[in-house]
Write a protein that binds this ligand. Sequence first.
Ligand code: MN3
Length: 226
Amino acid sequence: MKTLFITLLFITSSLISSAQIHVFKPLPYAYDALEPYIDSKTVEIHYDKHHRAYYNNFMTAAKSTELENMSLKQIFETVSKHGDIVRNNAGGWYNHDLYWEIMSPGGSNMPKGKLSEQINSSFGSLENMISQMNDTAMKRFGSGWAWLIVTDEGKLMITSTPNQDNPLMDVVTQRGTPIIGIDVWEHAYYLKYQNQRKSYVESFWKLVNWDIVNTKYVDALTGKKK
Ligand code: MN3
């Protein structure tokens, strides 16, 4: 009986530990779904090579450590303690999840409700917000990201981070919850746009799924940070 109990305990605990919380999500559309703004080959390499490598590298670094059972949000809040491999690869994994999620073939709708009001009161208009975010993306020297974030005070703000950092991390100056992220690493656009980062950044807006961004905005306001 005791042996049976121990066996059951072992099976149960191994089932629990195998239910890992860190899962690599499928791309929510086909590789060619973002054409003509982002070409199929770029999406394929970006998702299946770059994005997947960040995830795999993070999983290797996290193996048999406390990171296996921490949410990404918890990891980012203490990322300065976990070293550069975790910072770069957990960042790269999360940032690309957001990037793919907020795009859809041909884009979708416009900002609405409170998000639309906040964009207008913070930036004057949607066009101004987009133009400021494009400027920020252009000014990021080298590799990194431009972000639209919701600050802890519930305000919208445009920021930028180098490499695979993001505004959830304890290492960045302006923290908040990202609801839009533009990847300005050359791997995100070089095959189609070569050195024309500006054309890529402008095209990005044709793909934004505002329904998802709206949801992310509401979630960020209500504290449901991812
Ligand atoms: Mn990238």
